[in-house]
Design a protein around this ligand. Structure first.
Ligand SMILES: Cc1cc2nc3c(=O)[nH]c(=O)nc-3n(C[C@H](O)[C@H](O)[C@H](O)COP(=O)(O)O)c2cc1C
Length: 185
């Protein structure tokens, strides 16, 4: 796939099956992520690779987060929330690990981590994998923050669900630059 096609046609894919990405594919994803723009070279990134039984740990965290949000929630609903972590053979949590720096505010470091996540989506496409960035209701929950060992300033920018595509690609939205671009000339 040429670079322009990649940039214009990247498509998230939510229905994913195994096998999980190989070590070589993951190496490409991480190297792409580490090329994210990074003010002052702070490398404010952390990745948690979740697969196999590790997905149960994420499922438990998300169910506990939902229970905190909605104490009256029914047990069967919690079970279905737990299973959401098993929608893909692998999930990578992308975390902005915020560094203390006078010149680079937190928002720039979160932006850099978001760029890293985006780069992983492109790299997944290059590797022929399906990928989808999700946060769900729980990525910002205190339960999940604690489960991932975030400091009070860190941010969990998202979970990248990865695997092999099942079913058709969705239609891409027909957005036009003219509707978004203003010009100062
Ligand atoms: C920070 C962030 C969080 C997201 N969280 C979710 C989510 O929890 N669930 C979901 O269905 N889509 C979520 N999305 C959107 C999808 O990743 C995807 O962008 C969307 O389905 C449109 O598909 P496309 O990326 O191919 O345009 C999120 C996107 C971003 C940037």
């Amino acid at each position: 796939m040429d670079a322009k096609t990649l940039l214009l046609k990247r498509n998230s894919h939510g229905k994913l099956e195994g096998p999980a990405p190989t070590a070589e594919q993951l190496d490409t994803l991480y190297r792409a992520a580490l090329r994210a723009p990074d003010h002052k070279g702070l490398a404010p990134w952390r990745f948690v690779e979740i697969s196999g039984e590790g997905r149960k740990r994420l499922g438990d965290l998300s169910a506990r987060a939902e229970k905190l949000r909605k104490p009256e929630i029914k047990e069967d609903k919690l079970e279905s929330i737990k299973l959401k972590a098993e929608r893909a053979p692998m999930i990578i949590a992308v975390i902005a690990r915020i560094k203390d720096n006078k010149k680079v505010p937190r928002v720039e470091q979160v932006a850099s981590a978001a760029c890293a996540a985006h780069a992983m989506l492109y790299a997944a496409e290059v590797e022929g994998l399906g990928a989808m960035w999700r946060t769900g209701d729980f990525a910002h929950s205190p339960v999940v923050r604690e489960g991932f060992g975030l400091t009070p300033v860190d941010e969990l920018v998202g979970f990248i669900y990865l695997g092999h595509k099942v079913g058709h690609e969705k239609k891409l939205p027909n957005l036009q630059p003219k509707d978004f671009v203003e010009r100062w000339t």
